[in-house]
Every structure is written in C-alpha cells, then in structure tokens.
Design a protein around this ligand. Structure first.
Ligand code: FAD
Ligand code: EPU
Length: 342
C-alpha cells in the first residue's frame, strides 16, 4: 500500500447531496475514500483528528439535526468479485462503497440466489450489515458470510463472521457495542447456485401473477422492485430515509390485550414475541399525510417521514417525537427510531 497517499480534505461542505433526507447541514471537514490504498492515510488522519468522525455510505439511514462539527468520510470504494465457489455456493464480495442494488442486480443477473428480495434498498454494501437490512421476508444475515473491517482505535484489520456480528431485527454489534469503532471495508455473501425462492409475502405472488412471470430469481427481483416503487417514495423526488421507526416487538400478553381492543391489529410472530406494524399504529393516530411546514408523514406509508424540500432535521425530529408520544398514549407502545439521528 502507498503510505504517502494524501487525502484531500474539504471544509465547510454542504451535506445535502450526501443524505437522502436532503438535509442542508454543513460538515466542518469532509473527505472521500475511493481506493483501498487510501486506508492507511485515512487511519492516520482519523488518529490525529480532534473531533467526531462519521462514515457515510449512501446517507439513506441518517437524519442530520445540526451541522456536523467534525470529519465526514464518504466511503466510495468500488468492486465486486467472486472470491470462491463450490458445487452449491458462490461467494461474492462487494467493496463497501459499491451501491447495494448494483450489487444485488449483479447477483440476480447471474442467477445466484439469496439477495433478490433485497432489491432496490438504497445505500451501500458496507452499510448493509450495520442494521442487518431486511425486506420481504429476508435479511442479510440469511446469506452473510463474512466482512472485512479495520479498527479505528488500533488500525488492526479484522474479519467478522456471522456469529460475531450479533445480527437481529434492524440491529448488529456495529449499532451497539462496536458502534463507531470499525470501518467496514467489504462484505462477502454466500449465495445459492440452485436458488430457493422466498415468496412468503403474499404481495410477491400477487405481483408475479400480475406481471405474468413464473417465480425465478430475476422475476422475484422485478416483482420486489415494482412493489417497492408503488409503496415507497423515491428519495430523488421526496426526501426520506425509508422507515423512520422500527416495528415494535411486544410480548404475547400485550398483543392479546391490544387485539381485544383493536381486533385484527396487524401483527407477526417474532420468536416468542409479536411484531406490530408501526405504520398501522401511526396511521390509527391520524398522522398519515400530516404536514407541518416541509416536514411530513408520507401519504401512502405512515412509517416514512418526509422532507418536502426545506425542512430542518430538527423539524422532522420534533415531528417524530410527537408521533412517539401519541402512539404511546393511544396504544401504550413505545416506538424507537430506526434512522440514525445525528
Ligand atoms: P448511511 O446512511 O450512509 O449510514 C448508515 C450508518 O452506517 C451510519 O451510522 C454510518 O456511519 C454507518 N456506516 C456507513 N458506511 C459504513 C462503513 N463502511 N463502515 C462503518 N460504518 C458505516 N432498510 C432496510 O433494512 N430495509 C428496507 O426495505 C429499506 N428501505 C428503504 C427505502 C428507502 C426509500 C430509503 C431511503 C431507505 C431504506 N432503508 C431500508 C434504509 C437504508 O437503505 C439502509 O439502512 C441502508 O443500509 C443504509 O445504507 P447507506 O449506505 O445509505 O448508509
Ligand atoms: N400499514 C398501515 N398503514 C401504513 C403503512 C402500513 O396500516 O401507512 C400496515 C400495512 O397495511 C401492513 C403492515 O402495516 O398490514 C405492514 O406494512 P408494510 O408491508 O408496508 O411493511 P412495514 O412493516 O411498514 C417493513 C420494513 C420495510 C420493508 C417492508 C417490506 C421496518 C421498520 N420496515 O415495513 O423496511 O421494506 O417491511 O418488508 O421493518 C426500512 O427499513 O427503511 C424499510 C422500508
């Protein structure tokens, strides 16, 4: 590696193009890594830097509530590689800055099974393990093989296998005990050469019928893209970060009590507990389509908070607080943000 690589640092940069909420905040300092050879220089920079450091991938899971008085490092390292294969599996590695959906479609095109249900999720490969991204019955933990990371404290390179990542619903060790301690460099997935499709979500089967396609890796990916486009706002048209809150998980007893008060409340078994649909709870509190200034609750999906143009992060955050309070007071259920509040 070239130890003399110089990192270009920009100052007082608007982060608007770098977060899908479109928050117009400034970073005191800003740098970008585009090649692995720049990592030693980035690590030196971080070790000398006085102030907070924040990595950004696609900026699709962050809400900036103020200027960032520190160093933002945008991770833009690219590359997709088949690192190994046997009769059953192919092991595909994506560099952290690779766009997630480009990575998924690379696998879909080659008929490697396992990631098709995760089509069209915004963001980058390197961020996918942070909250164990999931959609339509699948989470990355189902096909995750390992990741390469580097410790910001010691500069030590380390591999993490699945068991070390403590994956859970929208959660991993990188969101908790190891938060902010590692830069994820690449992620490797183990995909099936003879795919086993997951069409357990009724909407997938209905969409396959509507487009007249038999189930396959490619058709499931297309169906998922169609469903997502019909439900979720495109951040290029309307600022948002996907689901703002996690779906709350409650005990069986709490669920039974809620179901007696609100028969048919949407709910899914989650181990011994029950996962409720936060979008339904929020809609029942009357928030769907609500707008205050440029901050709002999406008209088609109440779990998504939106920026109509010039909302501040604080306005969106205070709307989120009001929603949390009203859901708590009507249902006794505590909502928690899924988005990283900065
Ligand atoms: P960022 O927002 O840039 O970063 C997220 C966090 O990861 C930050 O804390 C950041 O510091 C950290 N980070 C980023 N890169 C690295 C790295 N290389 N090393 C260490 N830390 C890093 N999520 C789902 O799970 N399922 C969905 O269905 C889904 N749908 C969405 C739909 C829309 C329209 C939008 C806007 C978002 C959606 N999301 C969904 C949320 C989002 O796409 C995911 O959380 C995604 O993984 C975020 O990736 P990112 O690169 O944009 O991360
Ligand atoms: N619902 C309503 N009103 C709404 C929205 C939803 O009543 O405004 C009801 C729906 O009718 C349905 C239930 O809530 O009965 C669930 O809705 P949906 O299928 O749209 O999924 P979700 O639970 O709102 C979750 C994920 C999404 C993921 C989809 C598909 C979380 C926090 N969100 O949404 O992930 O794409 O399922 O699997 O788990 C994200 O994380 O950013 C994200 C978009």
């Amino acid at each position: 590696m070239n130890s003399t690589t110089a990192i270009n640092i920009l100052h007082n940069i608007s982060l608007r193009p770098f977060n899908t909420f479109g928050m117009d905040v400034k970073a005191k300092d800003f740098a970008e890594i585009s090649a692995e050879t720049e990592i030693p220089a980035i690590l030196r920079l971080i070790s000398r830097y006085e102030g907070p450091v924040l990595f950004l991938g696609g900026g699709s899971n962050v809400l900036f509530t103020q200027d960032f008085n520190g160093l933002v490092i945008k991770v833009s390292t690219k590359g997709i590689e088949i690192v190994d294969q046997d009769d059953e599996y192919v092991y595909v590695r994506g560099m952290a800055g690779e766009n997630w959906d480009d990575f998924v479609q690379y696998c879909v095109k080659r008929n490697y099974g396992g990631l098709e249900n995760l089509s069209l999720i915004p963001g980058n490969v390197g961020s996918s393990p942070i909250q164990n991204i999931g959609a339509y019955g699948v989470e990355i933990k189902d096909t995750f093989y390992m990741l390469d990371a580097v410790s910001l404290r010691t500069g030590e390179f380390r591999e993490f296998i699945a068991g070390e990542c403590e994956f859970g619903y929208r959660s991993s060790v990188f969101k908790h005990e190891l938060k902010g301690q590692y830069l994820i460099l690449s992620v490797t997935f183990r995909l099936k050469k003879r795919p086993v499709l997951n069409t357990s979500y009724g909407a997938i089967t209905a969409e396959l019928e509507a487009i007249g396609e038999a189930p396959s890796v490619k058709s499931v990916a297309s169906a998922i893209c169609n469903i997502r486009r019909s439900k979720l706002p495109d951040p290029l048209e309307l600022g948002n970060a996907g689901s703002f809150f996690k779906n709350p998980v409650v005990s069986q007893a709490v669920y039974l009590e809620l179901n007696s008060l609100y028969p048919g409340i949407p709910a899914y078994q989650a181990g011994d507990d029950v996962k409720l649909a936060a979008g339904w709870l929020i809609e029942q509190c009357g928030w769907k389509g609500f707008r205050e200034g440029d901050a709002g609750v999406h008209t088609r999906q109440a779990l998504v908070l939106v920026n109509y143009g010039n909302a501040s992060g604080n306005l969106v955050y205070s709307l989120a607080q009001k929603i949390i309070e009203s859901v708590k007071s009507k249902f006794g259920v505590q909502l928690e943000p899924e988005v990283n509040i900065i």
